[in-house]
Structure formats: structure tokens, C-alpha cells
Design a protein around this ligand. Structure first.
Ligand code: GLU
Length: 445
């Protein structure tokens, strides 16, 4: 494989799709060496096939807002790869959603899902619908209109969507309600992240953040470090940030920063139960600002326009959006003594930031390994749905723990570089080999 040649070809086919091209380049560069040891992959053109989505469904979503105005948004589902299981991945509602973003996310999801040890292929979907400031009625009508178009393309053995940025339990509920009406069957396995009384799994809302902290714990243990007493800066204040802050606090770390598009909240005394509960309230308010946190808690300070990475911390956890931590942010973190960065958002760090961390040889792990606990627990939800049972919180948490440990081991095994663990390389190689072997065995399709 010649990475530059493949990238040139891809750039020609998908001009300007920067996030997608960025995600593919990162993976290809780190698997190149292993790939070239397998002439059978080259012969079957595995990489050339794997970088293109199997299929993309695009549709118009028309709905009526509270003023009676007709609104039209774009809807998508990118079914990326189904070599190891039905398509699986979240739905993102955000004003910046476009095909480049969803292709990058679907591509990443393929490798992430392969790492979970569960049989799930990769997909992603979404819309440029902006949930900020929308009423509950508007959210419901939009979700219904979205599902009206999507429903025939999904199913428990076909494609199983879930939440992502802008899509949580409420949206999944509205989408499932519409699915059920259209399909005329009670088929819970078609979506994950459902409510607990109608097929959801305990621990699913917490799973991405909890799983991330289990992964970080393993990284730290291996490096002879401890979470207990460490200071943690988190970006975002949504569901993922909340799960990460909750588990970090439970494990004895101090979460000293959370952030939003409006700035960062410096929280020197760390979180407590009341503060963690307020994070959820803040997200549910749909205003997308973090400043009210500092109005409510006297020991916290709001710094407008600043990122979480301006706060001196031991551990940085990007929990918001892709490319939210840049090369300049990485320099600032290093200057402040940060010694561990784990992406909880998908592709949270730019390539420059990753290179900066790796050059400094601090602990760094990529989103597809760190945040895989979310989709892994979706996989556990699918299993429970298929068996028509529900496991206790302790059972699900134990399985999540085991999965995160397995992912960590797989990364260490494939990513060893002398005495440094290159988790990016480890995650990419481990995920790639699983999907590549399955594709090879299934022939030219
Ligand atoms: N959106 C999450 C992710 O990026 C979860 C996907 C799922 O549960 O299917 O992995």
C-alpha cells in the first residue's frame, strides 16, 4: 500500500471532505507497516474497499416549527462496513453535520466497533437540524419526520442507530415511537439508548464516560500512575462529559474544569453529587451554555471564551466534538504539566495535537478505543433485546469493565514501540486486522 497514492485518489473522489480524509489518513499511516506484511490484503484490495462506505442514504426531512413555518433539513445514514456484523452507530443532530463529518464518523465507528469484541459493523447518521433552542414539540416533530424516511433502511439485523451529539434518550424515544407506528411491530432491537421501561439497558447512559475512565485507569496503572488525587479537565457538559466526570470523581480524581461553546468553568474543588446532577439539568435546558454552572456554585468561576485546555491539569479529557483540541492547545497543556490525554469525543484532537503529545511521550489514547464503551453497551443492549431479558446494572457494568480491559490489552499488544505504547497505532491495527480478515473471508463483495 502506498498511503499517499490512496489518499490522492480519495481526495479526487471526495474533494474538500476534510474530516473524512483526515480520519482515513490517520488510520492508513498507522496500519501501513502491518498491511504490507500481508500480500493477501493487497491482492484483495482490502484498503481500497474499506475506506469507502458500503452505501449512503440521503433524504429530505420536512417538519413544521412552533410558528407554523415549514422547515426542511437534510438527513443521512452512512452504512460504512458490515464485515463483522449489522451496521451500528449513532445519529448526530448538529447544525454543522454534513457528509464529510458522517463519513469520518462511520469510518471510525467501523474500527471502534471491531475493538469492542462484539459483532457490530460501522455506521453513522444524522442531520444538520440544530436542536439548540428548539421546543420539545419541535424536537418530537423533527425526530418523527426523520424516522419516516429512515425506517425502511434499519432493523436489528440490518442497521441499528443510537444517540450521538444532539441525540439522547428523548430523541431515541420519539424516533422509536414513529418506527413502531410505521413498521407495525414492537421491535426493540432496531435502536439502542432506549428508555429503561421499553428495552433500554441499565448503564447505557453512563457507559461512554464510565468506559472511558476504566480505559484511563488501565493506562495509568500500566504507567505506574494513579487517578486518585489527579486533576482532570473535561471539555463539554453533555451526557459523555457527565459520565466521565461522575466516574472520575468516584475514582478519586478532581474534575476542575468543564466547558461549553461560551467558555470554561474553573471548578477548583472538584465535583460533588449536586454539581453532577446540575450538569444534566444544564444539558436538558437546551441552551448550550455552561456559564450558569458558575452562577449556581459559588466556588466555581466562569471564564468566557476560554477552552478547558487553558486550565492547568494532570489529565485532559476532550468530551465534546472533533478537532476540539488543536496543536496550540496541546502545547499549552504540556507547558502546564499535563501527563495524560484521552480522547472521549470522536477524533477530539487534531493530527498536530496528537503528534505533539506523542513527541513528548505522554500518555495519549484515541477516541475509537477510549469511548468504545458507549457502543459496546449498545451491543449489550442488543443482546438483552434479542434474549428478551434485562441484566442488572452490576452485570452490565462488569461486562463493560471487561470489554474496556480487552480493548486496552489489544491496543498495548499492537501498539508497543519499545517502552512507549502508541495507543493510536494499537487501536488502528487491532481494529483493522479484525475487519480486514472478515472481508477477506467473505470474498469480493
Ligand atoms: N455515538 C456513539 C459512538 O460514537 C454510540 C454509538 C452507538 O451506541 O451505536 O460510538
Amino acid at each position: 500500500m502506498n498511503v499517499n497514492e490512496i489518499m490522492l485518489d480519495l481526495e479526487r473522489k471526495h474533494p474538500g471532505e476534510s474530516e473524512y480524509l483526515q480520519a482515513v489518513r490517520e488510520v492508513l499511516e498507522s496500519i501501513e507497516e502491518v498491511y504490507n506484511q500481508h500480500p493477501e490484503f493487497e491482492k484483495a484490495k482490502i484498503v481500497e474497499r474499506m475506506v469507502e462506505p458500503d452505501r449512503i442514504i440521503t433524504f429530505r426531512v420536512t417538519w413544521v416549527d412552533d410558528n407554523g413555518e415549514i422547515q426542511t433539513n437534510l438527513g443521512y445514514r452512512v452504512q460504512f462496513n458490515s464485515a463483522i456484523g449489522p451496521y451500528k452507530g449513532g445519529i448526530r443532530f448538529h447544525k454543522a453535520v454534513n457528509l464529510s463529518m458522517l463519513k469520518f464518523l462511520g469510518f471510525e465507528q467501523t474500527f471502534k466497533n471491531a475493538l469492542t469484541t462484539l459483532p457490530m459493523g460501522g455506521a453513522k447518521g444524522g442531520s444538520d437540524f440544530d436542536p439548540v433552542g428548539k421546543s420539545d414539540g419541535e424536537i418530537m416533530r423533527f425526530c418523527q419526520a426523520f424516522m419516516w424516511e429512515l425506517w425502511q433502511n434499519i432493523g436489528p439485523d440490518t442497521d441499528v442507530p443510537a444517540g450521538d451529539v444532539g441525540v439522547g434518550g428523548r430523541e431515541i424515544g420519539y424516533m422509536y415511537g414513529m418506527y413502531k407506528k410505521l413498521a407495525r411491530e414492537y421491535n426493540t432491537g432496531v435502536l439502542t439508548g432506549k428508555g429503561l421501561t421499553w428495552g433500554g439497558s441499565l448503564i447505557r447512559p453512563e457507559a461512554t464516560g464510565f468506559g472511558a475512565l476504566y480505559f484511563v485507569e488501565h493506562m495509568l496503572n500500566r504507567a505506574g500512575k494513579e487517578l486518585k488525587g489527579a486533576t482532570v479537565a473535561i471539555s463539554g457538559f453533555g451526557n459523555v462529559a457527565w459520565g466521565a466526570a461522575t466516574k472520575a470523581t468516584e475514582l478519586g480524581a478532581k474534575v476542575i474544569a468543564i466547558s461549553g461553546p461560551d467558555g470554561v468553568v474553573y471548578n477548583p474543588n472538584g465535583m460533588n453529587e449536586e454539581k453532577l446532577a446540575y450538569m444534566l439539568e444544564l444539558r436538558a435546558s437546551n441552551r448550550n451554555i455552561v456559564a450558569p454552572f458558575a452562577e449556581k456554585f459559588a466556588d466555581a468561576t466562569f471564564i468566557p471564551g476560554k477552552k478547558a485546555w487553558s486550565v492547568k491539569c494532570d489529565i485532559a479529557l476532550p468530551c465534546a466534538f472533533q478537532n476540539e483540541l488543536t496543536g496550540a492547545d496541546a502545547e499549552e497543556l504540556l507547558a502546564n504539566g499535563t501527563w495524560c490525554v484521552a480522547e472521549v469525543s470522536n477524533m477530539g484532537c487534531t493530527p498536530e495535537a496528537i503528534a505533539t503529545f506523542q513527541k513528548a511521550r505522554i500518555l495519549f489514547a484515541p477516541g475509537k478505543a477510549v469511548n468504545a464503551g458507549g457502543v459496546a453497551t449498545s451491543g449489550l443492549e442488543m443482546t438483552q433485546n434479542a434474549m428478551h431479558i434485562s441484566w442488572s446494572a452490576a452485570e452490565v457494568d462488569e461486562k463493560l469493565h471487561y470489554i474496556m480491559q480487552s480493548i486496552h490489552e489489544a491496543c498495548v499488544k499492537a501498539g508497543a514501540e519499545g517502552d512507549y505504547t502508541n495507543y493510536v497505532k494499537g487501536a488502528n491495527i487491532a481494529g483493522f486486522l479484525k475487519v480486514a480478515r472478515a472481508m477477506l473471508e467473505q470474498g469480493i463483495v
